[in-house]
Ligand binder design. Structure first.
Ligand SMILES: [Zn+2]
Length: 170
């Protein structure tokens, strides 16, 4: 067993020994969802004030609304959420490269067949050069897509990994 697997086992033993929230309902109690980055420095529950069972947290590289769309539709249409809080962050890896560079890295590290699959899937890594603009663009995307009803409340934020603060952009 790897050290990581050991950690899961020991953490689970301690967590479940104290666990008292087995009665929580499936739909998020506060009827909202958060889209944020997979960055290891973000603790959404602590930083954004989310108690267990209150909200969906959808994470991906860069907090991309487009990448999260499948989960957003499930959250809203099947599980009743009516508000989206989108949080990107300072120091995001997605600010550091462009699509071409990511394609080159896949080609170099994984080979031509992997690159071919990437092209077949038309995978866009959804990197962005400007953080504030990317938050605004994602909110505009959510306003524009027919898969998100106009009645859904939207806001866009930036979490600062340096200070732990989250500030509103839109
Ligand atoms: Zn990030």
């Amino acid at each position: 067993m790897s050290a990581i697997q050991n950690n899961v086992e020991s953490a689970s033993a301690a967590y479940s020994a104290e666990f008292t929230k087995g009665h929580l309902a499936l739909p998020p109690a506060k009827k909202y969802l958060v889209v944020t980055c997979m960055d290891a420095r973000i603790d959404p529950a602590q930083a954004f004030g989310i108690e267990l069972g209150e909200a969906h947290v959808i994470r991906n590289a860069g907090a991309s609304a487009l990448d999260a769309l499948r989960s957003i539709v499930i959250s809203e249409q099947l599980l009743g959420t009516t508000e989206i809080v989108l949080v990107k962050h300072t120091g995001c890896g997605m600010l550091t490269f462009a699509n071409d560079a990511a394609y080159d890295i896949v080609d170099k590290n994984l080979g031509a067949e992997a690159l071919g699959e990437l092209k077949d899937r038309k995978l866009d890594f959804l990197a962005f050069p400007d953080l504030e603009q990317a938050v605004k663009d994602d909110i505009e995307f959510l306003k524009g897509t027919r898969l998100v009803p106009e009645t859904v409340t939207l806001s866009g934020w930036i979490y600062e990994v340096e200070t732990g603060k989250t500030r509103r952009v839109v």
